[in-house]
Design a protein around this ligand. Sequence first.
Ligand code: SF4
Ligand code: SF4
Length: 224
Amino acid sequence: MTAGGHGLSLPFARDGVRCDPSTTEEHTMAFALAPTMATRIADLYRRMEQAYDIVARQLDFTCDGCPDNCCDSYFQHHTYLEWAYLWEGLKALPEARRKLILERAADYAAKCEEALANGERPVVMCPLNEEGRCALYAHRLMICRLHGVPSSLTLPNGQGKTFPGCPRCQELTRGRAAVPTVERTPLLRELAMLEQELLGPQRGVLPKVKKTIADMIILGPPQL
Ligand code: SF4
Ligand code: SF4
């Protein structure tokens, strides 16, 4: 199957998300997230960043000079809203640049498939990473915004989860009696609420999202 105007071969259409001929340049450019929804997710993302910055400042933590680049970590993302907002960013890029990103995404997907088939967790640089920088910084997803500093989360069943932060941050917090954390729960709750609003009656009908950024790029904007 090909992706029409993208000119890429799409080896898969995972999790029931359609990958049909409407995933073309025309479909891409016709796609639009409602401006109010785009504003609200942008505002939520801004508050995630603020929460991250507060903790980073308290720990005197930055990514400056870090020899690692977490953008090669294998993550999957779970909302149509983030997928749609990512595409708002991709759409705003010049077509030639978007095509390059699509090519890198196809390469990323192939490498991940190979690693997964070998029972390994993929370590492949994100197709949006360009010379160490995020090509869609303002549209990067929640996990990209919260990864790094310690954080905590209470699941809907009441179970608590903690995340110690990246290895560099863990070095910094080792031995500390009290470690500041980003409380993810209200941020995730708000994201879930916006997702429900976006999906409306399609909630529970559409397949659950479990996609890498590359999947989201290859498949084109979500068909809502
Ligand atoms: S989040 Fe941590 S590991 Fe990743 S680049 Fe920043 S300092 Fe390095
Ligand atoms: S979207 Fe941007 S910040 Fe997130 S992994 Fe890719 S390059 Fe890194």
